[in-house]
Design a protein around this ligand. Structure first.
Ligand code: FES
Length: 161
């Protein structure tokens, strides 16, 4: 039986303050609301097709993920690990530090999203929740933490380490 999947795009709620990052321009453009034209919808489809079904930017080791100034504390930014094609998520923690994880639930593999209102990484399939500070399970049924993706602040960017 197919499990209900909620697109991560709908799960992650970006504030209006989250503007253009190093790799975010096309992503945020693809996140547009209901007023998209047929042309932009076509562009989005092409972008999804060319990136393996997601519009999240693919980021290789050592490459910038986002400009730090454009992601306020308490917000998150999805990206794709270019080497594996796995979805990942960068979180700017409220203490100003950065953390990133593979955004694949350790229960049964659904894509995890970030909840801004009550900062938590949540799986839409069966309700698992993960602490954005360390990836630990905050609520099951998942038993294992989210795998970390090493990141660091470098100049004005946050980069994959
Ligand atoms: S796949 Fe995430 S809680 Fe089941």
């Amino acid at each position: 039986m197919a499990e209900e999947r909620v697109p991560r795009r709908e799960f992650i709620r970006f504030g209006a303050a989250v503007g253009l990052g190093v790799a975010s321009a096309s992503v945020l453009a693809a996140c547009g609301g209901g007023g998209e034209s047929a042309q932009s919808e076509e562009s989005t489809k092409k972008e999804k097709a060319s990136s393996g079904g997601t519009t999240d930017p693919a980021v290789g080791a050592g490459a910038p993920i986002v400009q730090a100034a454009f992601l306020p504390p308490g917000f998150a930014f999805p990206f794709t690990i270019s080497e594996t094609g796995k979805p990942a998520i960068l979180v700017h923690l409220k203490d100003e530090s950065w953390a990133a994880y593979e955004a694949v639930c350790t229960h049964k593999g659904c894509e995890v999203g970030y909840e801004v209102e009550q900062p938590m990484l949540r799986c839409p399939c069966h309700g698992s929740a993960f602490d954005p500070a360390n990836g630990a399970v905050a609520n099951g049924p998942a038993q294992k933490p989210l795998p970390k993706v090493e990141v660091k602040a470098e100049g004005e960017n946050v980069v994959r380490a």
